[in-house]
Design a protein around this ligand. Structure first.
Ligand SMILES: *Cc1c(COP(=O)(O)O)cnc(C)c1O
Length: 353
């Protein structure tokens, strides 16, 4: 037996690593990245701004200028505070670290896989409630699970990944008021959704929001934020490692987040493209397209594994979810620009044609 197998916790050995697909020379429509660049035409100014970051020095400890820019971009009310993370993944981890060993984390299946992974490696008990056949929240089942498991933390992605839908608002409100848990609404896709709980945080002391800039065109930055009442942020901030947002990240974000109107325009384009792509997919015989409030579409396709392989042969990478329980024959495609979407749809049509 090797040293590491002997040494490492058995539950970590049993975990599957988060899998990232190789994407070299492929059109990447697998990870909800934006097809639009925020630096187009601004390259010189951008570089000048980046070079102003003094990398001999530790960065601003609370990234206060960046907080101001995020506040403006997302219209976060003055009564609320935020805590920044190296991606919202780091904030999911921070929330799990705030729990006591053995506490229960409750989420839904299928949903974002990191809730389960992080709960497991932070010594928490992970429980999940299945969505119904339409991927809607099963409220009675959820309330029963809350009663049985008495979770400390509940993660709900709103809209949900990988299904794309936003759950019924009144069901979520009922969950918030029926539980002593801290309820975390993960609004990674807020820019593409009709609704948000941002205005509800002050109503519910046990509600907080997660957001990220990853799905609005800045996945490479690794920047997420947790939004909550000031007292909540003050306590949770003790768990944040000092200077966790690097100086280059702060400099880049402070420049790029000023492009408010471009970010908003890009989101509108994606929403329009989402409508067109949904229609084009639904027009193909045998395909079932799920409604989406995000920058991706989930669809069920006959011979999904073969379609996925055929797309890859034709240099287009999407996400194959077919092996996951409840997602048999399901594939997820990120919305690209019109040219990329055309390329994708013509390959799918070619496969079935
Ligand atoms: C993509 C995604 C995230 C990850 O965000 P990062 O800020 O890139 O870590 C979090 N939650 C959901 C639901 C996502 O789909």
């Amino acid at each position: 037996m090797s040293f590491i197998n002997n040494w490492l916790r058995a539950d970590i050995q049993a975990l599957d690593a988060y899998h990232i697909q190789p994407a070299e020379n492929l059109l990447k429509l697998d990870a909800m990245e934006s097809p639009f660049s925020l630096t187009d035409g601004l390259e010189d100014k951008y570089l000048a701004h980046l070079s102003s970051a003094d990398l001999r020095r530790y960065p601003s400890p609370d990234a206060s200028e960046l907080q101001q820019n995020l506040r403006k971009l997302m219209q976060i009310p003055a009564e609320l505070d935020m805590l920044l993370g190296n991606g919202s993944d780091e904030l999911i981890q921070l929330l799990c670290l705030a729990c006591a060993s053995g506490d229960t984390v409750l989420s839904l299946e299928p949903s974002f896989v990191m809730y389960k992974m992080i709960a497991k490696f932070t010594h928490l008990n992970y429980q999940s409630v299945d969505l119904n056949a339409d991927f809607e929240l099963d409220l009675p089942l959820m309330l029963a699970a809350i009663k049985t498991h008495k979770p400390k933390l509940i993660f709900i992605a709103y809209p949900n990944n990988p299904t794309g839908n936003a759950f019924d608002r009144s069901a979520i409100e009922k969950i918030i008021t029926s539980s002593a848990a801290l309820v975390v609404l993960d609004e990674a896709y807020y820019a593409y959704a009709d609704d948000s709980f941002l205005a509800d945080i002050q109503k519910y002391p046990n509600l907080l929001l997660l957001r990220t800039v990853s799905k609005i065109g800045l996945a490479g930055l690794r920047l997420g934020l947790l939004i909550a009442e000031k007292g909540t942020i003050k306590q949770l901030d003790k768990l944040r490692l000092p200077y966790n947002i690097g100086g280059l990240t702060q400099a880049a974000a402070n420049f790029l987040l000023q492009e408010n109107s471009t970010i908003a325009t890009n989101a509108k384009i994606i929403i329009r493209q989402r409508g067109e792509l949904s229609k084009a997919l639904a027009a193909i015989d045998g395909l079932m397209v799920y409604p989406s409030q995000a920058n991706f579409i989930l669809f069920k396709a006959p011979k999904a594994d073969e379609l996925f392989a055929y797309l890859r042969q034709n240099k287009v990478l999407i996400k194959n979810l077919s092996a996951a329980p409840k997602l048999t024959n399901c594939l997820r495609v990120t919305i690209g620009n019109s040219e990329q979407n055309r390329q994708f749809i013509s390959i799918v049509e070619g496969f079935y044609g």
